[in-house]
Design a protein around this ligand. Structure first.
Ligand code: FES
Ligand code: FES
Length: 156
């Protein structure tokens, strides 16, 4: 059994050795999981596994059995309202082509769950494994700072 975005999935024997990224995209149609390099370098395939940022191209389905996965599709509400972190990426101008964005957002979310008010240096460190070929990193760091202020105002 694997829980993905709150839904339980039974896993057949035949799927166990499939890359997790491919299973999420091809079998569950969660195409927000982007496949770039497929060798663990670009971070575009990042998902949360038990709230830790993991590269799904470097995991097999069997590695995820018994764990809880969150993809970018699991962040927004049913009515389409974006998660505050997603909205912050929009508001900070941190998206161009958007290919890196799901992985960036999920890596940033893993950080913010651990550290409600990271410094810019800590944000850069947490996102160093996520590559963006368009936007540059300034606005992405701005977005994570903005999200922290919105998500955790009481602790500021
Ligand atoms: S596709 Fe997984 S790290 Fe690049
Ligand atoms: S917005 Fe295009 S790769 Fe980051």
């Amino acid at each position: 059994m694997i829980i993905v975005n709150g839904h339980k999935h039974k896993i057949s024997e035949a799927l166990l050795d499939k890359p997790l990224s491919q299973w999420l995209r091809e079998d569950l149609f969660l195409t927000g999981v982007k496949i770039g390099c497929e060798i663990g370098v670009c971070g575009s395939c990042t998902v949360l596994v038990d709230n830790q940022a993991r590269r799904s191209c470097k995991m097999l389905v069997k590695d995820a059995v018994g764990h809880e996965i969150i993809t970018i599709e699991g962040l927004s509400q049913q009515d389409g309202t974006l998660h505050p972190l997603q909205q912050a990426f929009v508001d900070a101008g941190a998206i161009q082509c958007g290919f890196c964005t799901p992985g960036m957002v999920l890596s940033a979310l893993a950080l913010l769950m651990q550290n409600h008010h990271p410094t810019r240096s800590e944000i850069r460190q947490a996102l160093k494994g996520n590559l963006c070929r368009c936007t540059g990193y300034q606005q992405i760091v701005d977005a994570v700072e903005l999200a922290a202020r919105i998500m955790y105002p009481e602790t500021k």
